[in-house]
Design a protein around this ligand. Structure first.
Ligand code: PGA
Ligand code: ZN
Length: 407
């Protein structure tokens, strides 16, 4: 597994995410082979996840910034002990110099791509080997409406309302996603609205409430797609005080908020609820889980676990949401996936609200056999790049890595 070739060059550069805000991309060269990786950006990161660096914000080559210099000095000419060795070194640099999870992920991913290319494997096959996982296609979570942090003012609605097609195969689910998304768009236009979209390419519903969004989305799902619905409550951002949640102009205590969520789920056929409570409100999670199961709802922890293997445990949720940018390295992400499986939990691989055109999350989702993947609505290059990579991955054996994201 260990590439014999030492690292010959590390290049760090500032590029743009889907909100046209700066983020970080890295190129790592192993001799003639160059791998590339980048890090997406959260509009409002969870408070348990690893932090972004203090050194970035510029565009173009970050050669003279502290992060660029540190990485060049620390990594050029070194032969790390495979991905785990490199990632341990990156974590050490982060702990010591506040390099930031954005920088460590970009470098870690670039190294994974370069190593896969040296080994003659696709990124997906390489991640499967690194994680000793069982690969398989995920089901799509299709972002139809965006709210919460995507609206102006203090968030008081769900961050995402999603359709979950069960059309038969991943390709059929992509067809269904396009049909459902198009129907929502036409519905907004016919109602006299202008279909504006968020950073994650979900429609911004204006002042329409969550019941309207769920009802509209349900009506937009043709019967043959067998679609159900899902929501990302992102409750950490709804917190008014410990154990109290702002929602549509009112404040609710945890128990009442949980009951309200399940009423909405029953009324609209919601089968997936992500982050129903703040991560420290663990009593609420524990009480909600059996009631949600009874209602046929899968409970998913995003900010709850923050893609951190040490936080993953059973009894709070049915599934762990994996965001490589929360974990900070490829190894930490795969460790979180393994911890989830060991705890008997399902997996969701997720985008961030601000994405680049990097498609590694698709390879990761297939490599760990995630049950779901969330890549945003099917509009704009950063999201379409993911749909396209998923389409390619359905062919079975992808060609060896070229080092660059995409085809
Ligand atoms: P983010 O979350 O805003 O933290 O990137 C996106 C999501 O959970 O879908
Ligand atoms: Zn989330």
């Amino acid at each position: 597994m260990t590439p014999a070739t030492p690292i010959t060059e590390v290049v760090l550069r500032g590029i743009l995410d889907s909100r046209a805000r700066p983020t970080v991309e890295a190129d790592v060269s192993l001799g003639e082979v160059r791998g590339r990786g980048s890090c997406p950006v959260a509009i409002a990161p969870g408070r348990l996840e690893r932090r972004r660096g203090l050194n970035t914000g510029g565009l173009g080559r970050l050669r003279d910034g502290p992060a660029g210099r540190l990485l060049t000095d620390a990594l050029t000419g070194c032969s790390p002990d495979g991905q785990a060795g490199l990632d341990a070194r990156l974590r050490e640099l982060d702990d010591r110099h506040e390099l930031g999870a954005d920088v460590t992920l970009a470098v870690s991913l670039a190294y994974a791509r370069a190593s896969a290319a040296v080994a003659g494997r696709s990124l997906c096959a390489w991640l499967t080997e690194l994680g000793s996982s069982t690969p398989g296609p995920p089901r799509l979570l299709v972002n139809a409406f965006s709210g919460g942090i995507h609206r102006s003012g203090a968030p008081d609605s769900f961050q995402q309302v999603m359709a979950i097609p069960h059309a038969g195969s991943l390709i059929d689910d992509v067809h269904a996603a396009l049909e459902i998304y198009g129907a929502v768009e036409r519905g907004i236009a016919e109602g006299g609205g202008t279909p504006a979209i968020s950073a994650s390419s979900g429609f911004l519903p204006g002042d329409r409430d969550v019941s309207w969004q769920l009802g509209t989305l349900r009506r937009a799902c043709p019967a043959e797609t067998k679609a159900t619905l899902g929501v990302d409550v992102a409750a950490e951002h709804l917190l008014a005080a410990p154990g109290r949640y702002r929602f549509q102009g009112r404040e609710h205590a945890s128990a009442g908020f949980g009951a309200l969520l399940l009423d909405l789920a029953r009324a609209h056929g919601v089968e997936y609820v992500e982050d129903p409570f703040d991560p420290v409100d663990t009593d609420a999670w524990r009480a909600f889980l059996p009631a949600a199961r009874e209602a046929g709802v899968t409970v998913v922890g995003d900010d709850l676990f923050a893609s951190d293997a040490t936080r993953v445990r059973p009894g709070l949720a049915d599934a762990v949401l994996l965001k490589p940018s929360q974990a900070g390295t490829v190894t930490a992400t795969l460790d979180a996936a393994r911890a989830a499986r060991d705890a008997g939990l399902l997996l969701v691989v997720s985008h961030r609200s601000g994405e680049t055109e990097d498609t590694a999350m698709c390879d990761l989702a297939v490599a760990v056999g995630a049950e779901w993947i969330k890549v945003g609505g099917p509009r704009r290059g950063d999201r379409i790049a993911k749909y396209n990579q998923l389409i390619r991955l359905t062919e079975g054996t992808p060609p060896p890595e070229t080092g660059l994201p995409g085809p």
